[in-house]
Design a protein around this ligand. Sequence first.
Ligand code: PGA
Ligand code: ZN
Length: 404
Amino acid sequence: MNGITAIHAERIRDSRGKATLRIIVEAGDARGAFDVPSGASTGSREAHELRDDDGGVTRAVHAVESEIAPALSGTDVTKQRALDELLISLDGTPRKERLGGNALIGVSIAAARAAASSLHISLVAHLRSLASMMPSRETPRLFVNLINGGKHAEGGSPIQEHQIVTETDNIAQALQQAEQVERVLGDILEARGILARRGDEGGYAFSVNSIDEPFALLGEAVRTCNIPGLSLGADAAASSFFNDGAYHVLGESYDTAALSAHYRSLHETHGLIFLEDPFHEDAVPDFAALKTAQPAFILIGDDLTTTNAESIRAAAKQHAIQAVIIKPNQIGTLTETIEAMKVARENSVHCIVSHRSGETHDDFIADVAYAFGAYGLKAGAPSAPERKVKYERLVEISHDRAHT
Ligand code: PGA
Ligand code: ZN
């Protein structure tokens, strides 16, 4: 009995306190749920998030209960592609504006969980049955955002994320390393008299005098911990400070060449390796030029590619990216998410599965990252509970391989 018997939607709150959706799909005795996250520094080509004028999700709840639920009644949850194609055609718009990418991704992922439950297999095993692709690693590296800025911390660093990137295949150990660096960084900030609060992704947030300052502090914390294999990463989310043809950072304007030179100096001075969205979301050739100028960089597309298979293929063909951020709610169905990952891997681009800045306690992304051998899992600072559950789920899956 794999046919859908009921779909429910309800309003919950995300980590920013904003309304979001919890979707529950039932197929007889089997049941799956998904709590939908929400971005703040969104790419303009992302799936549309359906919201009321006051930011609520009443319209999205209504779209699920009055339109999606009756249309999907009896649909087989184990046939993910057919189910997602039905959702896409029911919506009928290019960016899922009518029923909402938030409603669609909720139903799509809740259905996948219901399918695993109905088939009495683990979610990882079920995901693997949906597609096969060349894994990047046995277990993902953790991309841990310890200093928040940009749209996730008003008044803080202009760079949105300052990350450490773990190397070990032992996820429990990787998580301990991240927690240790986070603690030591807190001690360093305190010793310097830097008053830090927490940004949207749980990392420290404080005002800075230069682009370099947070990288210097993070580098110092990493050296103090003396953990081999840790690298530094950043998400510039550069569309958020690009305006009228220039990048505006801490009262100064940079053209592409000047910003590129500054990124290269961050590599030389602080050892920055991983760099997401260094330029605005249409600047594919600028990504490629930066990689040529400093081949040590691993450049990552997020707003550039928005989990869209065609955008990833185009960016890869132009040698603009070596890795890509995968966010299921950016594209709006699980099938399209997996398709984006497949296209990335076929073009030798690594996948980094990612949370959103407005998160829930859902840990689905950890299963996706593990199931397809993703290069990385990016889920914020481990001290924030809605982030930590993702890392802990990865520890659980990787400890219990029999379970997969
Ligand atoms: P968002 O940011 O979830 O606010 O869009 C995350 C990111 O840019 O990686
Ligand atoms: Zn990003």
